[in-house]
Design a protein around this ligand. Structure first.
Ligand SMILES: [Zn+2]
Length: 55
């Protein structure tokens, strides 16, 4: 008999999502399902969040 503890499930239910391109940037270890809306490092995403005249 063997004990295989190869699979470890992490409770990373927290997701940081870019609110512009909806890309999941990273996950966070949380007990509940949470969504964090952030902005990724994409220039377009950063530019869209900046207030100003959008042409
Ligand atoms: Zn983005």
């Amino acid at each position: 008999m063997r004990n295989q503890d190869g699979v470890i499930t992490k409770n990373e239910l927290g997701m940081a999502i870019c609110k512009i391109c909806n890309e999941v940037l990273y996950t966070l270890p949380t007990n509940r399902l949470k969504k964090f809306y952030v902005v990724c490092n994409n220039e377009e995403c950063i530019g869209k969040t900046r207030e100003g005249d959008t042409k």
